[in-house]
Design a protein around this ligand. Structure first.
Ligand code: NAI
Length: 446
């Protein structure tokens, strides 16, 4: 449900006040539950490279209404600008400028996606063009109206645009499941993974562990993964045992009451998995806490638990799961919960930001460790999400935090959950050590 300000500003009086004063008017975000079609059409594929042709054919296979030009289109659902062969900045306009006159024809919840190559440091003009795409995406994200978004996919040289991770990322970013992801560039480094399946069965046959699953974002992740067909092991502290048992019962999941910081937590988890004969294909390291305080007033009883829960427990759990040798599947996907605080820093959160910046570095190192085992690891960095954690913020701070992003509202736990489900899916093997921000393009940080 929308926050109180958003509900007011959508009334006739609120609209009139907003018009006169320039107050923000948060758009309605269409999420998967609000939209019947997985991809918004018509989809216009811009660009003339072989990769663009190939992508247009794939979209046709997905049943999309695909066009190669805007022509007289009065409504445009999605735009994919394929820029994989640009060699100099002066080539960008030819592909991108036709979109300019179509901006007003974009339907609510539209998707604009660039597909380009990352800079390599090898060619001045080519790198400038490739780097330029990032600036374009980040600016356009601020300009798209009606709850639409602009994002990019950066595909390493040598990886085909038709490869599984590119198609997986494209399908996710085109869908309503990416409603709160805006102005981001997702990097694909290798052609590893299997082709995307339909969204309802994206995780069928896979088993995933979710820590901190009893409430908030963890609960939303559990529900979303179950909805995509995954079998679940749900973990939370004994104090949350009742909520955990209820959820596990509903989702036919295995509940595990465990404090992730306990000395024996990693061995107990491994024992539980062995006893039940389970192998994990997905691990979601979501359990997290805040103990905010200005650093001048920081004490060990606020610093230590945050580091212990938010990062040290993750390292210990992953070490134990990998070392056990028999409790992980061979296409493992790990997703850890970072935060935009870990990217940009945040006043009063030195402890939390330290732990979350640690998470961002940790998934990068973990992805390297899992690569020879056929697995990968990535992080999701939520911005302001409406949960019990953020409900405890001072009211004014909370109100400001909600508005300082391109979509002018807080995200919902489901938005984070959808991103986690995507990063757990088989196609994303070639996405390694990335941190995907789910923040509506919050103005803080990169
Ligand atoms: P929450 O406080 O609503 O839920 C956290 C869950 O983790 C609870 O069920 C709690 O019992 C569990 N937990 C805490 N310590 C644990 C431990 N030692 N062992 C096992 N379970 C433990 O928090 P929320 O908002 O759902 O956050 C989930 C994750 O998302 C956290 O890692 C948080 O840092 C991250 N995040 C949240 C944001 C937000 O706006 N709510 C923004 C950025 C990141």
């Amino acid at each position: 449900m929308a926050d109180a300000y958003t509900r007011f500003i959508r009334t006739a009086v609120g609209r009139a006040i907003a018009k006169q004063t320039g107050l923000p008017r948060p758009p309605r975000l269409l999420r998967a539950a609000d939209r019947t079609e997985p991809l918004l059409g018509p989809v216009v594929v811009l660009g003339t490279s072989a990769g663009a042709d190939e992508l247009a054919h794939t979209l046709l296979d997905w049943g999309a209404d695909v066009r190669r030009r805007f022509d007289e289109l009065r409504r445009v659902g999605s735009v994919i600008a394929v820029l994989d062969e640009v060699d100099a900045p002066d080539q960008l306009g030819e592909i991108l400028l036709p979109l300019s006159s179509a901006m007003r024809s974009l339907v609510p919840g539209s998707r604009i996606i660039t597909i380009s190559r990352p800079v390599t440091g090898e060619d001045l003009a080519r790198d400038a063009a490739r780097g330029g795409v990032e600036g374009f995406v980040r600016s356009l994200g601020h300009e798209v109206r009606g709850g639409g978004t602009a994002n990019g996919i950066l595909v390493a040289d040598g990886v085909a645009l038709s490869s599984a991770p590119v198609l997986g990322a494209l399908r996710f970013l085109l869908s309503a499941r990416s409603a709160f992801i805006d102005g981001q560039l997702l990097r694909i480094t290798a052609d590893t993974g299997t082709a995307p399946r339909d969204d309802l069965h994206a995780l069928a046959g896979r088993t995933a562990l979710v820590t901190g699953a009893a409430r908030g974002i963890g609960e939303a992740i559990a529900r979303t993964l179950a909805g995509a067909g995954a079998s679940l092991v749900l973990l939370d502290v004994p104090a949350a045992g009742t909520e955990l048992a209820r959820l596990a019962n509903e989702l036919r999941a295995v509940p595990v009451q465990l404090d992730v910081t306990a000395e024996r937590a990693p061995t107990r988890l491994v024992e539980t998995l062995r006893t039940r004969g389970l192998r994990l294909d997905g691990v979601v390291l979501n359990a997290g806490i805040t103990r905010d305080r200005m650093f001048a007033n920081m004490t060990a009883d606020r610093w230590d638990p945050v580091i212990a829960v938010n990062i040290t427990s993750q390292i210990r759990l992953m070490d134990a799961l990998i070392d056990a040798g028999d409790v992980l599947g061979d296409q493992l996907r790990v997703v850890s919960l970072a935060s935009t605080s870990g990217i940009a820093g945040n006043k009063g959160q030195t402890n939390y930001a330290t732990s979350k910046a640690g998470v961002i570095a940790f998934v990068d190192a973990l992805a390297r460790r899992l690569e020879p085992l056929g697995g990968t690891a990535n992080a999701v960095a939520p911005g302001f999400i409406e949960t019990e954690m953020t409900a405890r913020m001072p009211a004014l701070n909370r109100e400001v935090a909600r508005r300082v992003n391109s979509l002018q509202q807080g995200g919902l736990p489901i938005d984070v959950a959808e991103a986690v489900a995507f990063l757990l899916s088989p196609p994303v093997g070639g996405i390694r050590g990335e941190t995907l921000r789910v923040c509506g393009q919050n103005i803080v940080g990169r």
